[in-house]
Structure formats: C-alpha cells, structure tokens
Design a protein around this ligand. Structure first.
Ligand SMILES: Cc1cc2nc3c(=O)[nH]c(=O)nc-3n(C[C@H](O)[C@H](O)[C@H](O)COP(=O)(O)OP(=O)(O)OC[C@H]3O[C@@H](n4cnc5c(N)ncnc54)[C@H](O)[C@@H]3O)c2cc1C
Length: 187
C-alpha cells in the first residue's frame, strides 16, 4: 500500500521539492534516504505491506518478536489443529522417529478432543513444528529491519527462507528501495 510513491511524497513534503519529482531524481532520492546517516527512516513508514503467512509455530514465535507491525493468528482455542507439520528436509538421520513422534502427538491430541477436552488444553501435546497461519501488516521500514535480522547468517535457516521469499516480493513492489537496501544494508 503506497509503495515508493508514498515514500517520495513524504520525503518531498520535508524538502518542499515536489516540483523536482521525476523518475531519475525520485530514484536518487530514495537511494540517498536509505544511505544517509543518521537515517531519515520515517518516510519509509508510509509504504505498508500485508502478508498472509503459513509457517511452523517456532518460526512464528520468532517472527512475532518484531513488535513494529501487527499480527492476527489462527486460534487453536477455537479451531482444531490440522494434522500438518514441518519436516526438515536437510536432516536425514532421525527423520522417521521425528515423523512418528509428530503423528503420535496428533493421535493423542485428536483422542483428547474426542474425549471432550477443550482444544485450548489438548493443544499442549503438540510440538512447535505444527503449522500456524497469520496476517502480518508492517510498514516498509520495519519490514527492512525484519529482513536485515532474519537474513543474517545467525538467523534460523527456516526463518531465513521466509525472509528470502518476502525480499523478492518487496523488490517487486519497491524495486528502487529494495536495490538500495540490498546494496547499503545487506551488502
Ligand atoms: C539471530 C537472532 C537471535 C535471537 N535470539 C533471541 C533469543 O534468544 N531470545 C529472545 O528473546 N529474542 C531473540 N531474538 C529477538 C530479538 O531480540 C528481537 O526481539 C527481534 O529480532 C526483533 O527485533 P527488533 O526489536 O529490532 O524489532 P521490532 O520489535 O519490530 O522493533 C523495531 C525497532 O523499534 C525500536 N523499538 C521497538 N520497541 C522498542 C522499545 N520497547 N524500546 C526501544 N526501542 C524499541 C527499536 O529500534 C527496534 O529495533 C533474536 C533475534 C535474532 C535475529
């Protein structure tokens, strides 16, 4: 929502330079805003993204540590957990035991619910590899902060896969900003 036009509008208000707006000077302005120190970051908050995400619970827990943005997540109090869970493909040894454990936990969950347990209590037996779904609304500045942290080599690989996918979407909608961000921040 808004994309680079909204960023340019916000920046040009600051300098009262609307009359200088053209494609080349707007691109230079965005690159300068990303590169400047200290950063004139708030102009990027006028561009807003909304994503529908399906990911393992452990990725969602890390994701929701990012406070600048808003989330709404599928409720396992009100909705039954689907028998769906993440299986790491890169690890081969122990995979069968992992899958058997996840299936056994779903068997137990479903039998407890069938016995009359509340879903909100029965879910306690499920592991963090189960999938969750949420909607995330975030401004472009906070999105770049998330990308920087979750594309870092210290970030968990599974979370980084989501960051890679969202970086591609970000680049599609805000190509000049994403290029400058990759050049200046991600390097
Ligand atoms: C590799 C990695 C490992 C991590 N390990 C752990 C861990 O073991 N345990 C753990 O608890 N967390 C961990 N985290 C989470 C981390 O501490 C941050 O909570 C998370 O990355 C969100 O970053 P953020 O605060 O910049 O983002 P946001 O919460 O989106 O905040 C964005 C920016 O707003 C400002 N801001 C937001 N809230 C405040 C505030 N209250 N006061 C002042 N400024 C504020 C800050 O400038 C902040 O950078 C880890 C993160 C990474 C990337």
């Amino acid at each position: 929502m808004g994309a680079e036009k909204a960023v340019i509008r916000a920046a040009r208000i600051c300098y009262q330079s609307e009359d200088k707006s053209n494609e080349a000077s707007d691109q230079r302005l965005i690159t300068r805003l990303i590169s400047s120190t200290p950063k004139h970051n708030t102009v990027f908050e006028h561009a807003v993204f909304r994503f529908g995400v399906k990911c393992p619970l452990f990725v969602a827990r890390q994701w929701m540590r990012h406070r600048i943005g808003t989330f709404n997540e599928k409720s396992l109090r009100y909705c039954a957990a689907d028998r769906e869970y993440y299986v790491p493909e890169r690890i081969t040894s122990g995979r069968e035991a992992y899958i058997a454990h996840m299936n056994a936990s779903f068997d137990l969950y479903e039998s407890l619910v069938a016995q009359g347990w509340k879903k909100e209590v029965a879910r306690g037996v499920l592991g963090t590899a189960i999938y969750t779904e949420f909607i995330w609304t975030v401004n472009a500045w906070s999105l770049m902060n998330w990308l920087e942290k979750r594309l870092d080599s210290h970030a968990q690989w599974e979370h980084a896969q989501y960051a890679q996918a969202i970086l591609a979407m970000f680049a599609e909608k805000m190509p000049v900003t994403a290029a400058a961000f990759q050049q200046v921040v991600l390097k």
